[in-house]
Write a protein that binds this ligand. Sequence first.
Ligand SMILES: [Zn+2]
Length: 103
Amino acid sequence: MIVFDLECRAGGHRFEGWFASSEDFAGQQARGLVTCPVCGAPEVDKALSAPRLTRKGNQLPAAPSAPRPDVPQPVANGPLPPEAVAMLKAVAAVQSEMLKSST
Ligand SMILES: [Zn+2]
């Protein structure tokens, strides 16, 4: 669908007209099917403004380019969580035990 800003020649009334295409408007205009909703005059011209393409209602907006929140962010120089500290201590303890028994 396409929306045209239309203007009636007789009274200068501005209104919007919805058409399948620019050719559809031209065809309806040529057959006198486009009339002013205010005064009913069939002499209607496109007003001087760019046509706007309409978006289908079920169309989703373009995906935002913002970073996804579920992507893990690398933690640099941050304090380690307690469980990580405990795990590292356990690993260190195991390593030291292994070092003791290694020759
Ligand atoms: Zn009019």
